[in-house]
Design a protein around this ligand. Sequence first.
Ligand SMILES: Cc1cc2nc3c(=O)[nH]c(=O)nc-3n(C[C@H](O)[C@H](O)[C@H](O)COP(=O)(O)OP(=O)(O)OC[C@H]3O[C@@H](n4cnc5c(N)ncnc54)[C@H](O)[C@@H]3O)c2cc1C
Length: 352
Amino acid sequence: MKDYIIVGAGLAGSCLAYRLEKSGKSFVLYDDGSQEASKVAGGFMNPVILKRFTLAWKADEQLEKAYSFYGDMEDHLGKKFLGPLEVYRRFSSAEEQNNWFAAADKPRLAPYLDTKLVSGVNKHIPGKYSFGKVLGTSRIDPRYLLDSYSAHLQEKKCLKNDTFEYYEMHILDAGVEYKGIRAKKVIFCEGFGLLNNPFFNYLPLRGNKGEYIIIKAPGLDLEVGVKSSIFIFPAGGDHYAVGATYSNTDKTPGPTKAAREELVEKLRDLITVDFEVIDQVAGLRPSTIDRRPLVGRHPEHLNLYTCNGFGSRGILLAPTISEQLLDFIEKDTPLDPETDISRFTKKWYNKN
Ligand SMILES: Cc1cc2nc3c(=O)[nH]c(=O)nc-3n(C[C@H](O)[C@H](O)[C@H](O)COP(=O)(O)OP(=O)(O)OC[C@H]3O[C@@H](n4cnc5c(N)ncnc54)[C@H](O)[C@@H]3O)c2cc1C
């Protein structure tokens, strides 16, 4: 009898698995590579929404936990996937500059927004207005983190590279049985794939597609991240990642020509050197109608749980939310009512 089955080895499922491993619980983790959001994520450890200069939901509280969680994981795996990355916001108007100063006056934002503006960060990124530095930023390489952790679980024989077939799961009085494996509890973490889950697909997951292009720009020589209408950051050597797009209508998994053209056009407005697009990646952000995670216990099947709805903020949310869900299951600590799926009953969803 295992303690847990986890379905999905994105940020949600992997952070849960790591917490279970640290607390000595047994588990099997299933992943079939059908969703890519976590692997293609930019990976920024930054609590500020740089479009509007506001704080993402409870992000300052999540930041500290994320640093200690990922740092601990690095030590455990003997891999380095977290590193500093300076990030600058390029202003496109005097009004934006004023908004930056107004935001920097607010006590919860002040630690993250430098009020000493700079006139330039790179000679190939001209700006009519100045640039504001975001303080204390770092970046996780999410693909490296997830691949490293999967390899570790593979060695421990806890990972199955298979699709979890919901109709093969039998619900027992004290847990579940799935293809010969018995487990006390199942936590579903399929990201946008939740829509295929017959137990939880009543939840209002919307999905928002995001794409990045990877460019080669030998003349650029940029060592920092720059955010304007798009974000550009170094991706090793003379390669840079540029993105991301946001689409609420396209729910297809792969890269699109429309996104590439949009990003190339915006990039031409941002940098003045030649570049070549060498790759493109896409993923579906598991966004929700109220922009809050979807966490908790199934209303009827009490050994089934979900951990989902991280939208565009999985990097900071995953360490905090995974802890809250396991405290709820193991210690009966109430969930944050803003994330608890009990806010959406089946009845509620049928009506809406
Ligand atoms: C282009 C882009 C850029 C982003 N940038 C950032 C960023 O900079 N910072 C940030 O915080 N967030 C960012 N995000 C958002 C972030 O990626 C998500 O919030 C997060 O990855 C969601 O993680 P998840 O584990 O819930 O879902 P996913 O990453 O989608 O993982 C779900 C996993 O479940 C597996 N799965 C699904 N169904 C099954 C099944 N039946 N059987 C077995 N396995 C299954 C899938 O293969 C997948 O591995 C970005 C997203 C995109 C698309």
